[in-house]
Design a protein around this ligand. Structure first.
Ligand code: HEM
Length: 237
């Protein structure tokens, strides 16, 4: 598989098949998200919801394949072997763009999960058609408590598993602690979001537009990364 992905690509002289397939998929999935935004703008809530679902599943498959097959982040963190340009450009331009890309990817993934759940909570289905509810929608304080306790329980169980069964390092425990802490922070942000955007339909529209803009920025930063690696500064062999 590795050899196949390393074969010459079809988009640029210096690119690889793996890089070109993953970049083409990024373009297609961003296109699907933007098309679902257009559907929502036209008031086609059900079609919007269906396309969002297809795009999300495809995007998750893409992300897994992207980091597994291409290991772009790993390449960049290991050194500049994959970058043929000057060291100053690598440090001052390439790395900041790549870091921004990775941060946006993480924010995009968190927002996607949040928006899918929010989309269902904000919508009402009548005669098979989704429309947004108007008015306030708040999570009950008791539910917040239950979510935090569940998170704490899951973290504790996972920690016991990591330490006593899987014999994992302290770094693995720290990484998992950070993941659970991120989920807890996102949950606690919900109260702030409810206060700032009390109307649930308005909340879905504002956060949805923000999420769509993040998807576009992810595509912009991955395009810049692609161009720098394979078009502007390819490694000369
Ligand atoms: C990643 C997830 C999602 C994103 C980014 C998103 C984004 C958006 C945006 C930007 C709008 C407003 C369009 C505009 O006026 O500019 C919107 C409207 C809407 N969304 Fe979502 N959405 C998501 C998930 C969902 C889900 C899961 C549902 C239903 C279960 C849903 C149902 C609706 C409905 C009914 C509307 C109103 C359409 C109308 O104006 O009639 N959305 N969404």
């Amino acid at each position: 598989m590795k050899e196949l992905l390393a074969k010459p690509g079809f988009l640029a002289d210096a690119s690889t098949l793996g890089a070109d397939v993953s970049y083409s998929l990024a373009v297609i999935f961003t296109g699907l998200f933007l098309a679902s935004w257009r559907l929502a703008k036209k008031g086609l809530g059900t079609e919007h919801h269906r396309l969002i679902f297809i795009s999300m599943v495809s995007m998750v498959v893409y992300f897994v394949a992207y980091y597994w097959a291409r290991q772009l982040g790993v390449l960049a963190l290991e050194g500049k072997e994959g970058f043929g340009g000057p060291e100053s450009t690598y440090n001052n331009v390439f790395i900041p763009i790549l870091s921004t890309h990775l941060v946006l990817v993480v924010i995009g993934l968190i927002l996607t999960i949040y928006m899918i759940i929010q989309g269902f909570r904000a919508s009402i289905k009548t005669n098979g058609e989704y429309t947004l509810k108007e008015g306030p929608l708040n999570v009950k304080p008791g539910r917040f408590k239950r979510v935090y306790l569940t998170l704490l329980g899951l973290w504790g169980a996972n920690q016991i598993l990591l330490t006593f069964v899987r014999d994992k390092s302290a770094a693995a425990s720290l990484a998992w602690a950070l993941i659970f802490a991120t989920i807890a922070v996102v949950v606690s942000l919900e109260k702030l979001i409810e206060n700032r955007l009390p109307d649930v339909a308005h909340r879905h529209r504002v956060l949805g537009r923000g999420t769509m803009i993040i998807y576009c920025l992810i595509l912009v930063t991955s395009t810049l990364t692609y161009l720098m690696l394979y078009v502007i500064y390819p490694v000369k062999t």
